[in-house]
Design a binder for this molecule. Structure first.
Ligand code: ADP
Ligand code: MG
Length: 806
């Protein structure tokens, strides 16, 4: 199962990179690959719920090749959802796939009633365009293209430069070329030495020479082979683009898997110029429509209606940010004059997508500042000073700065909306505590919510240690408490006896009520949903919220997700830490790893050995970890004390094991990923991660952050027996840097935003063109522009800003 998921994710990442073109892999196209992997897993699995889910995946990807980019993205989104259901073994209540096609019929009926003169160009149904009748309109509607505006937004998935064609005799090996010729021969067969593949090959010639092109498919029957061949009628004109190679057997030129466009039976001079002799757009296909027809239709629509496009951005903004106007951008993005202009057109269109997202954020932020009241925490004094005086170390500069920003937020009547990002071990807990002290100082209660009981328990212990000397009462609320204990805590919260509460999700249950909750801190905030955060905040009046995360989200994502938040970064680790030395270990190298643990334990240190989630269940994972723990105990470290921690254990058991590890009654803690977040045992100096290739980089970084928390040199061993090329590259990044932000950036580049964040919390808006990995610079511009606009005119009432409102 885990293998399946990893393969699928990799394929999606690749497909994404290729611009959702149903990319050709070694053996299959993307969609064929997904279906094939699904089929293989289907045969292995008995669980009826999972079977249903897998069948849904198959069904979803059946129509992928015909789908528009928009639909393809949607399909991939539902794929993530299905996988999430699979992982949790949740039944499918309703079909996940979102039906994006509006009903063509109803739109048409509506529009028929209205005189067409009253319609703006955008609203006019596509049937207004010459050559589109009901049948074609229906085909377009199936891809969500109802009106002219939709048609303009059916953006090319790429462009091919046919302006620069090469004669075959002038081709050079390794050169990227576009060739125009006619099909001389077409062949489709299964080679006798490999029954699993099918080869399709064509020979194309112009007046100066011949070129051969081949495609490889999964095994196909005779019927399919005939279908493949029919794409290439002999004698038809074609354009081929790709890299020139030398064919091993014939010693003539070849282009493998070229971009190809069959022009049909035309005389070269007569070919409509929008398809040739220029940079031409390649559109995502719409079922029942061919590319050339689509190209022509969009051209006609642009010629007829693009003059009517009103630019919604004010002139000052376009000038300041050096943007093309909208009509030009749309025209040029479809049919570019040259590659530079294409880039500028794309820039403007991407800017628009990002700008409106940011405008929403800027607006909400402003509204909140104007209309929602926050508490004014005026008094910052005594507790904070006492606490700092008791602290055995000094705050880092970064901690001080962030605390200053927080103090300012708290002291102002505007509600705080701040996210503190800080790498693992950067000392976020103390900053949170300081903020809570200010709330208490001003007569309010404070609460901090953590995603796991282990973590909450750890915070609780520290908070008690720090706060009790100040005469403050700390309470603890989690799911696994006894009824009596819980009752007591609830009473304390309500009476106001408790100053600061530490807890898990248990804090947001209905029967939890506070006397006067002034500030909540949400630790590892990305583990909680928006609603959960809001619920906690709703436990008080005008309660302020501080969110924290150790997952360093790359800035582009942070801005796209939390554009309305202020972001503070603790970008410095407390002094005296030596960076964790990270090594990638394959196969036999493991022995050395055990040696290292033995040495460290001799010096009085401790170690973790972590196993990934395997196959489909926590249960199996727990079992595997158990077996390994026994093996380590009996065969490898008979002289050492080994403990075991996994998700199937009762909370009280988990706590006990953690306590033993903290007190150094355990030398080696064998664990699943339950220890991932926030666990702090400074005496641990070795982290061994088994099957490291199965983790995301950010997760590895989190795990690695469990060591290197004291002043001793620490080690992280990433064990991977057959990493494969991509995984190896990923893992090497870990060995090269300890900087969580760099790792996150790389992880994002490799996996793409959806997978990087996971679907559940992704919450990213849909973009047609914008790419959060590639378009960082444009995103920053868009954010600046949006804030500028809102600063100038917070309700968008100026005449020149009116069009931005919709
Ligand atoms: P994280 O940011 O990962 O939540 P913690 O708040 O758990 O990090 O801090 C990690 C460790 O560093 C803790 O043991 C904490 O007491 C210690 N620490 C925090 N700030 C400092 C500092 N300024 N100087 C020295 N040690 C610090
Ligand atoms: Mg923490």
């Amino acid at each position: 199962m885990q293998d399946f998921i990893e393969k699928i994710y990799k394929a999606v990442a690749y497909e994404r990179k290729q611009g959702f073109c149903d990319a050709q892999g070694n053996k299959f196209n993307f969609s064929e690959f997904i279906k094939n992997e699904t089929k293989i897993l289907l045969e292995k699995i008995d669980n009826p719920n999972k079977k249903t889910l897998l069948k849904e995946i198959e069904k979803t990807f059946d129509s992928y090749p015909e789908a528009s980019i928009f639909e393809r993205k949607n399909k991939i989104k539902s794929l993530y959802d299905y996988i999430e259901h699979l992982e949790k073994n949740q039944p499918l209540n309703k079909p996940i796939i979102k039906d994006t096609t509006k009903s063509y019929d109803s739109t048409l009926k509506q529009t028929n009633k209205i005189d067409d003169k009253n319609l703006t160009w955008e609203e006019r149904p596509v049937q207004f365009i010459k050559g589109i009748g009901p049948k074609l309109a229906e085909n377009l509607a199936s891809a969500g293209i109802i009106n002219i505006k939709d048609l303009f937004r059916h953006y090319p998935r790429k462009h091919l430069d046919y302006a620069n064609r090469t004669q075959i005799k002038n081709c050079k090996i390794g050169q990227l070329v576009t060739i125009w010729g006619s099909i001389k021969d077409v062949n489709c067969f299964t080679p006798p030495n490999n029954k699993n593949i099918t080869i399709l090959s064509i020979t194309v010639s112009d007046s100066t020479g011949k070129v051969k092109s081949s495609w490889f498919y999964g095994g196909a029957n005779k019927y399919m082979q005939e279908q493949y061949k029919r794409r290439f009628p002999i004698g038809a004109q074609v354009l081929l683009s790709g890299e020139i190679k030398l064919d091993k057997y014939t010693k003539s030129f070849a282009i493998d898997k070229p971009e190809v466009e069959v022009l049909g039976n035309v005389d070269i001079d007569e070919v409509d110029s929008i398809h040739t002799n220029r940079i031409v757009p390649v559109y995502p296909l719409v079922e029942g429509l061919n590319l050339k027809w689509l190209r022509k239709t969009i051209k006609i629509a642009l010629d007829t209606y693009s003059n009517e496009i009103e630019d919604h951005l004010p002139k000052w903004l376009k000038e300041q940010f050096n943007l093309f106007d909208l009509a030009t951008s749309i025209r040029e993005f479809h049919f570019p004059t040259d590659m530079d202009i294409l880039e500028k057109a794309r820039h403007r269109l991407v800017f628009d997508e990002l700008f409106y997202m940011q405008l929403g954020f800027a607006y909400r932020r402003k509204q909140e500042q104007l209309h929602v009241d926050g508490i004014v925490f005026e008094n910052t004094g005594t507790y904070v000073n006492q606490f700092l005086a008791n602290l055995p170390f000094k705050l880092t500069k970064a901690q001080e700065n962030v605390f200053k920003e927080i103090t300012k937020d708290l002291g102002s009547p505007k509600p705080m909306s701040r996210l503190v990002q800080g790498d693992v071990g950067s000392g976020k807990t103390i900053v949170a505590l300081l903020a809570l002290l200010i709330a208490v100082q001003n007569g309010y209660q404070g609460a901090i919510m953590a995603p796991t009981e282990i973590l909450a328990e750890q915070h609780f212990r520290k908070f008690k240690e720090w706060l009790e000397p100040l005469g403050l009462k700390v309470d603890f609320l989690v799911g696994s408490q006894t009824k009596k204990n819980r009752r007591e805590v609830l009473d304390n919260l309500l009476s106001g006896a408790t100053h600061v509460t530490v807890g898990t999700h248990a804090l947001i249950q209905e029967e939890v009520n506070f006397k006067n909750l002034g500030l909540v801190v949400v630790d590892e905030q990305h583990r909680f949903g928006v609603v959960q955060r809001a619920t906690l905040r709703g436990k008080g009046k005008n309660t302020e919220i501080l969110t924290m995360t150790a997952t360093p989200i790359p800035r582009t994502l942070a801005l796209s997700l939390h554009g309305d938040l202020d972001i503070s970064v603790i970008d410095e680790l407390p002094p005296g830490r030596t960076p964790v030395k990270t090594v990638l270990i394959k196969g036999k190298g493991r022995e050395k790893g055990w040696e290292l643990i033995r040495d460290e334990v001799k010096k009085g240190r401790q170690a973790y050995v972590v196993f990934p989630l395997i196959e489909e269940s926590e249960k199996l994972t727990a079992k595997a970890a158990t077996v390994e723990a026994e093996k380590l105990q009996q065969k490898i470290f008979p002289e050492l004390k080994i403990g075991l921690l996994h998700g199937q254990m009762k909370n009280s058991q988990k706590d006990e094991i953690m306590q033993q590890f903290v007190k150094h009654q355990i030398d080696i803690l064998v664990s699943t990923t339950v220890i991932e977040v926030g666990v702090d045992v400074p005496n641990a100096t070795v982290m061994v991660i088994e099957n490291a290739e199965r983790f995301g980089l950010s997760q590895l970084h989190q795990l690695r952050g469990r060591v290197g928390r004291g002043s001793d040199k620490s080690f992280c061993l990433l064990v991977s027996d057959k990493p494969g090329e991509i995984s190896e590259k990923r893992l090497e990044i870990m060995t090269k840097t300890n900087d969580g932000f760099i790792i996150a950036e790389q992880d994002l580049k490799i996996r793409g935003p959806g997978e990087f964040l996971g679907t559940r919390q992704s919450g990213l808006p849909d973009f047609l063109l914008a790419d959060l990995v590639r378009d960082t610079a444009i995103l920053e511009e868009a954010r600046n522009a949006a804030r500028l606009v809102i600063e100038k005119d917070n309700e968008l009432n100026f005449k020149e800003h009116k069009l931005m409102k919709s």
